[in-house]
Design a protein around this ligand. Structure first.
Ligand SMILES: Nc1ncnc2c1ncn2[C@@H]1O[C@H](COP(=O)(O)OP(=O)(O)OP(=O)(O)O)[C@@H](O)[C@H]1O
Ligand SMILES: [Mg+2]
Length: 457
């Protein structure tokens, strides 16, 4: 059984909520409430695995709704969470969905994507488990191809012995990579790809079946002898051996269970399917409500057919997020609101948080510019006062024009660095110091003129 689904032994392991928050802190400044909420939800997924079955079936995940203005880290939290978690995780944008019958992705596809992810995780895990054995088998097959086994009728013992010796010599050379360029003939199995037109990918999506997949599964794979270099044969044979060693039926079953019990679906931009005020109750408002109604059964628990089998959504954790600037959470249909019981608000970012965003995260903007320009042999230093000035200009701009959150930093930084970025190749070996005067010279004029700022920054 895959380690991912192993019946947990006595003690709970994995990232603690504090550890999850610490990890998120490396990339996201502030927003402690949201981080704590997702950390708890993640931990509860694990905890459930340790609760005895009778109780476990009663414990339903508490879905989360993250609310906060644009550009304050909602999507970023989900991106980082996806990399942290060992649970199958998919992220979808609610705007991709439209009501059944309209053009757009069908809501069910998010569950199918989750199952695909879970199956891949289990398969990867299985491959790691059988890797050593598979590699041993690959070597034997290559040796067989290099030196066909002596026919069984051969009675001469010393002939056999010398063949065995040759084989061992070849094995050593193989291990040293000396034979990599030699050609051998191997049998290659290729799934038969039936030549049919798949006219509508979305139509197929809705059936949950890939016709090509189904047909090629029915037909036995074609076997062909092929002459290829040992270097390539290693990979081809490895894939084939792994397919033989990994029990796909088991992978399928465990994958389905992993998706059902540990799956997390992140629905971003959920505010975009809320009717934006009363006047919208005709027209697009209707279709949005339709999407909300389509979503409901998934949050409630329904069964979705996938190409790997049926999967229940009852224990899947849903995290939704939205800016809700044109609408409010209460504009969602009440049934949907009720199924997102945990509300967390993300705060608007302050100038001092902007400062931290510029410098602290591992992938902070300033570090990115430094790294980019270093490739040209140019080193760039930022004076602390200059960083203060950038942060406060970005903050002020958010107040006086549109509040676009931390995204403002990107436009401001790009404007600030424009000249240096353009000339960097001519400054090889130099060090540029960006001080407050430089920031003021490049930005202050634009930032204080609202008309200019609106268009440029
Ligand atoms: N708290 C934060 N700490 C660090 N970086 C942040 C923070 N908030 C936003 N950012 C940066 O700003 C950019 C936009 O953030 P994000 O995509 O999370 O916005 P959002 O809250 O999802 O907004 P929207 O409602 O418009 O989708 C990201 O590139 C992210 O790196
Ligand atoms: Mg977002």
């Amino acid at each position: 059984m895959s380690a991912l689904m192993e019946a947990p032994d006595d003690q709970i392991s994995g990232l603690t909520p504090q550890q999850v928050v610490d990890e998120l802190d490396k990339y996201i400044v502030g927003q402690t409430n949201a981080k704590r909420a997702v950390a708890i939800a993640l931990r509860n997924r694990l905890r459930c695995q340790y609760v005895d079955e009778e109780m476990r079936l009663e414990i339903k995940p508490k879905n989360i709704l993250m609310i906060g203005p644009t550009g304050v880290g909602k999507t970023e939290i989900s991106r980082r969470l996806a990399r942290l978690t060992t649970c199958p995780f998919v992220k979808v944008e609610a705007t991709k969905f439209t009501e059944v019958g309209y053009v757009g992705r069908d809501v069910e596809t998010m569950v199918r994507d989750l199952v695909d992810t879970a199956i891949d995780m289990i398969r990867e895990d299985e491959i790691v488990r059988v890797e050593d054995e598979a590699e041993r088998m690959v070597i034997e097959e290559i040796l067989d191809a290099l030196l066909p086994p002596a026919p069984a009728t051969d009675e001469e013992a010393d002939k056999e012995e010398s063949a065995a010796r040759t084989r061992e010599k070849l094995r050593e050379k193989l291990a040293a990579g000396e034979l990599d360029e030699r050609f051998i003939e191997i049998t290659v199995e290729e799934p038969v790809m039936p030549q049919i037109e798949v006219f509508s990918q979305d139509g197929m999506d809705q059936m949950g079946i890939d016709m090509g997949d189904v047909l090629s599964g029915l037909l036995p794979p074609s076997r062909k002898k092929k002459k290829i270099r040992i270097r390539e044969a290693r990979n081809v044979l490895f894939e084939q051996v792994v397919d033989r060693l990994v029990n796909m039926d088991e992978v399928r079953q465990e994958g389905l269970r992993l998706a059902e019990e540990m799956g997390i679906i992140f629905i971003d931009e959920i505010d975009k399917i809320a009717a934006g005020g009363r006047e919208e109750l005709g027209g697009p408002g209707v279709s949005r409500q339709g999407v909300q109604r389509d979503l409901l059964p998934f949050l409630e628990g329904t069964t979705v057919r996938t190409r790997y089998g049926a999967v229940s959504t009852e224990n899947i954790l849903f995290i939704a997020a939205g800016a809700f600037n044109m609408s409010k959470p209460s504009d969602l249909i009440p049934e949907l609101q009720g199924r997102l019981p945990i509300r967390v608000e993300l705060d608007s970012l302050t100038a001092s948080e902007f400062r931290r965003i510029l410098t602290e995260p591992k992938d902070a903007l300033i570090a990115q510019y430094k790294a980019l320009l270093a490739t040209e042999g140019l080193s760039v230093e930022f004076e602390p006062k200059a960083i203060d000035a950038i942060a406060s200009i970005a903050y002020e701009l958010n107040q006086t024009t549109e509040n676009i959150g931390a995204r403002r930093l990107t436009t401001v930084m790009e404007k600030l660095m424009e000249e240096i970025s353009f000339d960097a190749d001519r400054k090889r070996g130099e060090t540029v110091l960006i001080d407050k005067a430089y920031v003021d010279a490049r930005l202050a004029g634009i930032a204080t003129d609202p008309d200019l700022a609106r268009y440029i920054l």
